[in-house]
Design a protein around this ligand. Structure first.
Ligand code: DGT
Ligand code: CA
Ligand code: CA
Ligand code: ZN
Length: 584
């Protein structure tokens, strides 16, 4: 059995907490499970090792009783307590948690008072007025729930990249470890780093197709097998996503890799370019066309994808760019950019601490950033208007500023914390802190966190007004979207980009895998106007600093280079970028 991952343990602990909450259990018991989940999430050692040494209880946040549960999960991959708890609930009830706005309290209310136990029943209850009639609900809440159900339906069957990345990585690694596997890759939308994936597409070359297919369908992540053949199999993984496996010979690998990476639109142009040269291209080969339009040149030998692009008179096109978004023209004219890489990042700016709604302290965040090789870390806790997130008022903000200065003195210039704030943009475009306060900070991220319903023109004016303030260094999560859950608010992105260029405001690429905002489709336009990008994890605990890797995927899809992204600049150069707008 492969080792149980931390994510799996965290998920079971979170589910237990949820069920206890539904049962109306004592808040301390519930919190104990949440704390244990946080502890495991941020624990940096090996779980199987601490289990072996009987030291699970020494992990931060893990109490004695829960230590035993965790030990069982790590040893068996399962929890008997969890399995018993689950039998107390109608199975459809958990899907209600995916509806924005439905938390344990509301789910408990509709279940107990209306006997609603699934999303379709919830929808019916919202339509016929029963939900609105419940104490604490009302017409507006019922309408919001309906809207959220609609949004969820629109996205049914898709998965956020960040939610499937660890499954995909684990499967790839396990396939790669088979001695009979020659080459292996995850293709499709996953390789193209799309923000969401419909399914995962694995490709393997081998001389033993049966044994590789067998391994795939019997993998422990598999929930059920939909098709099992020597060259083509489909399974559903326990996480819910479908995964396809194609098995080819090594001669076919480059063609299959190219075809199954897509996009479909990209493939069509590739095939047309082959036909224009008297060749045919499909997922197995590049060959001579039976009825060539032109007298063909001999078909060149293709060992790798690069050879295929060269044969079609193109520079190599990175997978992230294969959306038929202008990559062919650039590849012909040798003007494809050299895309940014994770290794280019030197720091990041939008991060929270326990002062607002983060779960790691300032010092923990700073240490974690140093551990992953960052030279600097920007802190931007919420401002006072975000009271639900425990936003800081002026007094607490200035106290945090002192704390940051003291830590910086300790670091003696080898690492630096930049003091910032994620300042709320009010409904009218004014900011939650005065210029006098903001001027004391190193930088400001300005974000919209309320009044999402404004008409587009008003929303656009509101944000532009905020960007006109010289202390607003960067604009946070431009559209406020939550992938697969909530569309962004209406805003004229083109006008925002123009305003960013005119005011010298940086636009954030929020790398939280639920956001990935601003969207990759807009970055080329921003770049053309000279607007700079900051890739920010919006980390709420130390482990989330790693979200920057998702941001890199999106930045690459947006054609960005290291020159376009300010946090590629080292300490010593970044300061000038942060103060540039104030000195204009
Ligand atoms: P997804 O799974 O919806 O996130 O998106 P993809 O791009 O991974 O699409 P998928 O899994 O249906 O197919 C994988 C790739 O296979 C796709 O990107 C391009 C290629 N492909 C699939 N169907 C067609 C087709 O009808 N024509 C062409 N030219 N290529 C196709
Ligand atoms: Ca796919
Ligand atoms: Ca597929
Ligand atoms: Zn925010």
């Amino acid at each position: 059995m492969a080792e149980v991952t931390k994510e799996q343990v965290v998920e079971i602990l979170e589910h237990i907490a949820t069920m206890l909450e539904l049962k109306g259990e004592n808040i301390f018991k519930i919190r104990a499970y949440h704390n244990a989940a946080r502890g495991i999430e941020t624990f940096s050692g090996s779980l199987s090792q601490v289990v072996g040494e009987g030291k699970v209880g020494e992990i931060d946040g893990v109490g004695k009783g829960i230590a035993d549960r965790i030990t069982e999960i790590v040893l068996t991959g399962n929890s008997s307590y969890y399995n018993i708890l689950k039998t107390e609930f109608p199975p459809g009830i958990f899907a209600m948690f995916d509806i924005v706005g439905m938390g344990p309290k509301k789910i408990k209310a509709v279940w107990e008072q209306l006997n609603i136990t699934s999303v379709p029943e919830l929808e019916a209850g919202c339509r016929d007025g029963r939900v609105a009639g419940l104490k604490g609900f009302g017409e507006k809440t019922a309408a919001n729930i309906l809207k959220a159900i609609d949004d969820a339906k629109k996205h049914a069957g898709r998965f956020r990249f960040g939610d499937v990345a660890s499954d995909a990585g684990a499967m790839l690694e396990d396939l790669r470890s088979l001695p009979e596997v020659i080459r292996v890759e995850a293709c499709g939308s996953f390789r193209r780093k799309r923000e969401t994936c419909g399914d995962l597409d694995f490709l393997v070359s081998t001389k033993s197709p049966e044994s590789v297919s067998e391994f795939f369908v019997k993998h422990e992540m598999v929930e059920n097998v939909m098709a099992h053949g020597a060259t083509k199999s489909s399974v559903r993984l326990k996480s819910g996503i479908q995964a396809d496996l194609r098995v080819v010979t090594d001669d076919q690998f480059s063609f299959a890799l190219n075809y199954f990476t897509g996009s479909k639109e990209h493939n069509i142009v590739m095939r047309q370019r082959a036909l224009a040269r008297g060749w045919t291209l499909n997922e197995y080969r590049l060959g001579l066309d039976e009825k060539p339009r032109v007298t063909p040149e001999p078909v060149p030998e293709i060992r790798e994808e690069k050879d295929l692009y060269r044969a079609l008179d193109l520079d190599y096109i990175e997978p992230e760019l294969r959306e038929n978004f202008g990559e062919f023209k650039a590849a012909e004219e040798h003007t494809l950019p050299r895309l940014i890489e994770l290794e280019n990042l030197r720091g990041c700016f939008h991060n929270h601490t326990t002062a607002s709604d983060g779960r790691s302290s300032l010092r923990e965040m700073a240490e974690a950033a140093q551990e992953i090789g960052m030279q600097y870390l920007g802190i931007a806790d919420h401002s006072k208007a975000s009271f639900q997130a425990h936003g800081l008022d002026e007094k607490r903000l200035l106290a945090q500023l002192e704390e940051i200065r003291a830590l910086n003195a300790e670091y003696k210039g080898e690492f630096r914390i930049f003091a910032g704030s994620e300042v709320d943009i009010h409904k009218d475009g004014t900011l939650d802190f005065s210029d006098e306060i903001m001027s004391q900070l190193d930088y400001v991220v300005a974000s919209v966190h309320a009044s999402f319903q404004l008409p587009e023109a008003e929303m656009t004016d509101r944000i532009i007004r905020a960007m006109e303030n010289k202390y607003v260094t960067m604009l946070g999560h431009l559209t406020g979207r939550l992938l697969l859950q909530r569309d962004g608010y209406s805003v004229d992105v083109g006008a925002i980009i123009d305003a960013a260029a005119a005011t010298g405001t940086i636009i954030e690429l929020n790398a939280n895998p639920r956001r990935l905002d601003m969207d990759w489709r807009h970055w080329a336009a921003a770049k053309a106007k000279g607007v700079k990008c900051a890739i920010n994890p919006d980390a709420h605990h130390t482990a989330q600093l790693g979200f920057v890797s998702f941001g890199i995927g999106v930045a690459r899809k947006g054609w960005l280079t290291r020159e376009d992204v300010v946090n590629c600049l080292p300490l010593g150069k970044i300061e000038q970028v942060l103060s540039a707008k104030r000195e204009r």
